[in-house]
Design a protein. Structure first.
Length: 152
């Protein structure tokens, strides 16, 4: 299985592959638009952390070691303070009777995500309204300047 993330410019990463799948050994994870020297950090509920240097945005994890909910962060660990990072959607891994592991996005936090998106949308609307008002002011100023000139 190859799980695909998309890193967004607002510091968030979203899972593009939403369909749960059974994985036998290795979970391959692709981070689209990840910088060349980025590191993926996987944290389990048990307190274990796994760091994977991304190669062309790709890394892998043994699913047997990451059972439960897994927090995902992509960061540039190149000495910058604070490091540039993307907080990504969590996923969960549960062992199946056939020996494989079911890997799926952790959708338990969707209500909180909807609230955050609504708040962000409100901020965008307010910013857009300020830009429109400023545009109208500039348009009026330009019209006043242009009134005194004859361009013909």
């Amino acid at each position: 299985m190859k799980m695909e993330y998309k890193l967004l410019d607002n510091g968030v990463g979203v899972i593009l592959t939403r369909q749960p799948e059974i994985v036998e050994d290795e979970l391959f994870i692709d981070f689209a638009d990840a910088p060349a020297d980025a590191t993926a950090i996987f944290e389990t509920k048990g307190g274990n952390s796994y760091y994977r240097l991304l190669s062309d945005g790709l890394c892998s994890l043994p699913v047997k070691k990451i059972i439960g909910e897994v927090k995902v962060t992509v960061a540039l660990l190149n000495g910058e303070t604070p490091p540039r990072r993307w907080l990504c959607e969590e996923f969960k891994v549960s062992i199946q009777r056939n020996g494989g592991a079911l890997v799926a996005p952790n959708d338990m936090n969707l209500p909180q995500t909807v609230v955050e998106l609504r708040l962000e949308n409100q901020e965008i609307r307010a910013s857009y309204k300020r830009l429109e008002e400023r545009y109208e002011e500039l348009k009026d100023m330009l019209e006043k300047i242009m009134e005194g000139y004859d361009f013909t």
